[in-house]
Design a binder for this molecule. Structure first.
Ligand code: GLA
Length: 503
């Protein structure tokens, strides 16, 4: 009897089980060989368990991304994917369609449209393509290293050349820094931004692409000119422009940069935002590289680029950072430059010798703004103690742009040893007054006119924290202000920068 009951139960189970165990039409491994650059879909794995179909989409950029809420209707499956970095659309609906034994994947992530055709693969293929997830070290604190006592100054390839940068151009920029006098004005770093990376060797070591035949020879060349040289990477698998990132190779890359002779690293979150999307993981991912750079024993300036997330200024130094971006990217436009410079240039309490808020690189020389607008740009960056990293073709610097970039008195405001980030002291519509106390007891005062018509503005002693102005020097006009109590005409979209002494 007992046997009979057992057999009946087994029979009943067997009758219901196949419906659950039966693989769905989408189940299995799908291989994508011609992945789009972003997010670089390499594989889709789908399984039906207990009547629920789920799985992952593996990408080169973000690793394995879980599929949620999959529903199957005929030959089409609809599901939800997390959409990175888009507050308006934190998730997106994707579709998978069976087409002649292949899987067409249709979806969207951030700015990229996905329309890819995958073929069936095996479990062995899946194991071979599996993304290797790495774990972060616990957060530690790096002691100050004495570098970046004043905001870093130099040039970077991104604003002008984007990915179209090569060894020859970097050398030409080093030459131009010297011949133009920019080096002697303080611009010493020549920074290669995104686009230098090739593939990894069998030992995992990153190799430059064909545009950079010999990195050591390049750093030697730049060093011989009395300059320093910077490089760029991401803690993600891919950089923002889709090149090989440092994910899984952080220590090795830090050592490679040191071996090549680099003096500066810009480390850009990019595809790492999928893995590191909390204050804790972002900090640890920067700490991991900060610590790896220290471990090389070579002094390497560390530039954090995570667009100002998670109050970066409050922990940037702790992870070894010497400067940290406060925003997304600058463009060569008045609206973007002023929005960043006036409104999103970081918390001044976090800036000072050793660590600086970075409102992004300069656009002076790129031609998208008027001369007065570039005066505002330089004045605003200088009074904000911002890093001064140029981003134009140095071979084509106009005399006007050169005068803006090499004005020693203005640079001295930026580079002042006290390292205070200036702040807005007064605002009246389009007129703004900013002040920055300086090491010698004088105060830099900037009068900004954000309006479209020239404006008469008055320097008030209180702007400089004084009861009376002793003397004022106009740093752009390079002349003593005869009567500091008289009003000054500030051109539309322009600025006047004064060095003021109480009297
Ligand atoms: C991001 C950064 C830029 C630049 C590009 C390179 O957008 O914010 O400054 O480095 O990546 O791809």
């Amino acid at each position: 009897m007992r046997r009979l009951i057992l057999s009946l139960v087994c029979l009943l189970f067997a009758a219901t089980a196949p419906a659950h165990a039966k693989p769905g039409p989408f189940d299995g491994v799908w291989l994508f060989d011609d992945a789009d650059p972003r997010p670089g879909v390499t594989m889709v794995e789908i399984a039906t368990k207990g009547g629920v179909t789920a799985g992952t989409v593996t990408t080169q950029w973000y690793g394995p991304m879980p599929i949620a809420r999959m529903t199957v209707e005929g030959d089409t499956a609809t599901f939800t994917m997390r959409n990175l970095n888009d507050r308006e659309h934190p998730t997106r609906e994707w579709r998978a369609k069976l087409e002649d034994g292949k899987l067409r994947l249709l979806g969207q992530i951030w700015f990229s449209e996905i329309d890819e055709l995958g073929r069936r693969g095996t479990k062995a293929d899946a194991a071979q393509r599996a993304f290797r997830v790495t774990t972060l070290p616990p957060l530690g604190t790096l002691a100050p290293d004495g570098m970046a006592r004043t905001p870093p100054m130099g040039w970077s390839s991104w604003n002008k050349f984007a990915e179209h940068i090569d060894d020859k151009t970097v050398r030409a920029m080093a030459d131009a820094l010297v011949s133009s006098g920019l080096r002697d004005a303080g611009y010493t770093y020549v920074n290669i931004d995104d686009g230098w990376q090739g593939t990894r060797g069998p030992d995992g070591r990153i190799r430059p692409n064909a545009k950079f035949p010999d990195m050591k020879a390049l750093t030697d060349y730049v060093h011989a000119k009395g300059l320093k040289i910077g490089i760029y990477s991401s803690q993600g698998p891919r950089t923002c422009a889709g090149y090989e990132g440092s994910y899984g190779h952080v220590r090795q890359d830090a050592q490679t940069y040191a071996d090549w002779g680099f003096d500066y690293l810009k480390y850009d979150l990019c595809s790492g935002e999928w893995f590191y999307d909390t204050a804790d993981t972002v900090q640890r991912s920067y700490y991991e590289m900060g610590e790896a750079l220290r471990a090389t024993g070579r002094p390497i300036l560390f530039s954090l680029c995570e667009y100002g997330r998670f109050d970066v200024g409050s922990w940037g130094r702790k992870v070894g950072g010497h400067l940290w971006r406060t925003t997304g990217d600058i463009t060569d436009e008045w609206k973007v430059m002023t929005d960043i410079g006036f409104e999103r240039n970081g918390n001044p309490a976090h800036a000072g010798p050793g660590g600086w808020n970075d409102p992004d690189m300069l656009e002076i020389g790129n031609g998208g703004m008027t001369h007065d607008e570039y005066v505002t740009h330089m004045t605003l960056w200088a009074i904000s103690a911002a890093p001064l990293v140029m981003g134009h073709d140095l071979r084509e610097t106009s005399p006007e742009a050169l005068a803006l970039l090499t004005n020693r008195a203005v640079i001295a405001i930026d580079q002042d040893a006290r390292g205070i980030q200036g702040t807005r002291v007064r605002k009246d519509g389009d007129a703004e007054v900013w002040a920055k106390p300086l090491a010698d007891g004088s105060v830099a005062v900037a009068l900004f006119n954000r309006g479209t018509a020239a404006k008469r503005m008055l320097l008030a002693p209180a702007d400089a924290g004084a009861t009376r102005i002793g003397e004022a020097h106009d740093l752009w006009a390079n002349k003593r202000v005869a009567d500091p109590a008289a009003d000054v005409t500030v051109p539309a979209h322009g600025a006047v920068l004064l060095r003021v002494r109480a009297g």
